[in-house]
Ligand binder design. Structure first.
Ligand code: DGJ
Length: 542
């Protein structure tokens, strides 16, 4: 049986006896697993950390791919997220052309990269712009959302069977094709639609939709959320319009995903255009019905075939970014950031995502196609644009498999430099770690004579630290532009001493020491700079 039972049994046994986990056949399907609330994406039978990068929207053509791979290679990403659009695979109804998909998979293998395919179908940033012309031009068969005033919005309505049937058939045909051509699972995960929902109308106000809106909330939602039955307005009050739309969009997407999984059971996720995580926003001003933080419970009930809801984070300030990570990191939702801004200041948040046990991270617009949809963020020199993502990916790549395994065991920590550069504290059980930014290699504020804080990189904050437990007093530490210091817990008058600080790396799963750190390298805490360094630290008290 390929099912989850054998996987979990294998995992439990391996964790119990310290043996290597997941003795699965190499050709087994990628999947998500959970261990006591901690998650991993399993690829080739072992936990996989997705150091991702998403190509630009119009890079999904063979002619564009030569400008995509060099950026992905230079970044050190292990996974490319790239669209497969409905218009390109089914330009004529019922006639499919997967030549682009085949080219893409061949090239990914040649570049030793995995793929996440983004199904641009009924929704792409709320609109049907990537549907075939035979869909776009037939509003009678594929109705659009009607707003309160009776006007048509760009968005297709989720209420209509023909739209669902056509989209689900195309997606299922794609998955059947993948099953035929991708036995080695170069494609590890699928995104179903892109930033669903509707801008400019909270729901579909067509006669068909309104009739359902005036009826009872479906039993499945009532049961899933333990609600008292009633009409949408009776059950959800002022949220009724938005929750109604979210339910029908989620049901639509779930059925597309289910049709695809019936052909090939890969992990599937949706990405979310965000509602402000802190300030109130009227749903008419964001993509209403999409999986914004306030409707995650509706989506979880409506779309059980969707394994992950991932936030597309384009808010570089620390409080918005961290609030968003917190709201999408739930017991029923593994943390995965399928898109984030490509500006310099976004790179540091990889540390926060990994510290929460996230399964992956992927900046958007990472290719050399020179698409100018975001001109302010594209410095002339393409290599510069990849910083600091590339620096972080190159730092972490050698330990990516190990990190994913430690995250599944639940003993990882990570923080990124906050906008105000304040110090952060990590609770490591018997130890507390303090992470500070702007510290020079020597000294601290307590010794002002030789203390000269390092100014922040004018391009933006870039610091971050990762810690994983290797033993009761032994930790793996890495990071960038940050200092980490340790103190024993509780503070019983004892002091911390480094027993041993090794710099090295993992090779084929085994730690290989390069040299020891001591003296100036440890007297003022462990200072990580822009030079990639991985440390194995053993602590003791005196
Ligand atoms: C979020 C969308 O999901 C992407 O496809 C893209 O449109 C970016 N926004 C902005 O460039």
């Amino acid at each position: 049986m390929r099912g989850k039972v054998s996987i979990f049994a294998g995992l439990a046994a391996a964790l119990a006896f310290g043996a290597p986990a997941f003795a699965l056949p190499i050709d087994d399907l990628p999947r998500l697993v959970t261990n006591a609330g901690h998650r991993a994406l399993i690829v080739d039978g072992a936990p996989y950390l997705m150091l991702g990068a998403q190509a630009n929207n119009s890079s999904n053509w063979p002619a564009q791919l030569p400008m995509v791979w060099p950026a992905i290679d230079a970044l050190g990403a292990n996974t490319l997220e790239i669209p497969v659009s409905w218009e390109q695979v089914e330009p004529v109804e019922g006639q499919f052309d997967f030549s682009y998909v085949d080219t893409l998979i061949d090239q990914a293998r040649a570049h030793h990269k995995r793929l996440v395919l983004l199904w641009f179908g009924t929704w792409k940033n709320n609109s049907p712009s990537y549907t075939p012309q035979w869909v776009k031009t037939d509003n009678a068969r594929f109705p659009r959302v009607i707003d309160k005033s009776g006007d048509r919005k760009p968005s297709l309505s989720p209420m209509f069977e023909e739209t669902l049937k056509a989209d689900a058939r195309a997606f299922a045909t794609l998955m059947r094709h993948l099953k035929a051509v991708d036995s080695q699972h170069t494609v590890i995960m699928m995104q179903v639609e892109n930033e669903t929902g509707t801008y400019g109308s909270v729901r579909d106000y067509s006669a068909t939709a309104t009739k359902l809106f005036n009826g009872p909330v479906p039993e499945a939602l009532i049961a899933a959320r333990h609600l008292h039955p009633g009409t949408w307005t009776e059950v959800f009050g002022t949220n009724a319009d938005e929750f109604f739309h979210a339910w029908y969009v989620s049901r639509f997407v779930d059925q597309v995903a289910a049709a695809g999984k019936a052909e090939l059971d890969l992990p599937m996720y949706v990405n979310a255009a965000l509602r402000d995580p802190v300030k109130y926003q009227d749903p008419v001003t964001y993509s209403s019905g999409g999986p914004t933080w306030n409707v995650l419970d509706i989506w979880k009930a409506g779309a059980p075939h969707i394994d992950i809801i991932g936030p597309d984070i384009y808010m570089p300030d620390t409080s918005s970014y961290l609030a968003t990570l917190k709201s999408y990191d739930r017991a029923d939702n593994p943390l995965f950031v399928p898109e984030t801004g490509r500006g310099y200041e976004y790179g540091r948040y990889l540390y926060s995502v990994l510290g929460r046990g996230g399964i992956g991270f992927s900046p958007f617009g990472m290719d050399y196609t020179k698409e100018a949809n975001d001109p302010a963020m594209i410095p002339p020199d393409a290599a510069t644009r990849l910083e600091p993502f590339s620096a972080n990916y190159h730092l972490i790549a050698p330990i990516a498999r190990e990190w994913a395994r430690w995250a599944l065991d639940g003993e990882v920590w990570g923080v990124s430099e906050p906008d105000d550069r304040s110090a952060q504290s990590l609770d490591l059980g018997r130890w507390t770690a303090t992470v500070t930014y702007g510290m020079p290699a020597f000294g601290n504020a307590g010794y002002p004579a030789n203390f000269k804080p390092v100014p922040r990189n004018p391009q933006g904050a870039e610091g971050g630290i990762l810690v994983a437990r290797l033993g009761p007093d032994e930790f793996l530490v890495t990071g960038r532009m940050a200092r980490i210091e340790f103190s024993p817990k509780p503070l019983t008058g004892k002091h911390m001493q480094f027993l041993r600080v090794e710099e090295g790396t993992f090779v084929d799963g085994k730690w290989v020491m390069h040299h020891l750190w001591n003296g100036d390298q440890t007297d003022w805490g462990l200072n990580l700079s822009t030079v990639p360094r991985i440390l194995k630290v053993t602590l003791a008290t005196y």
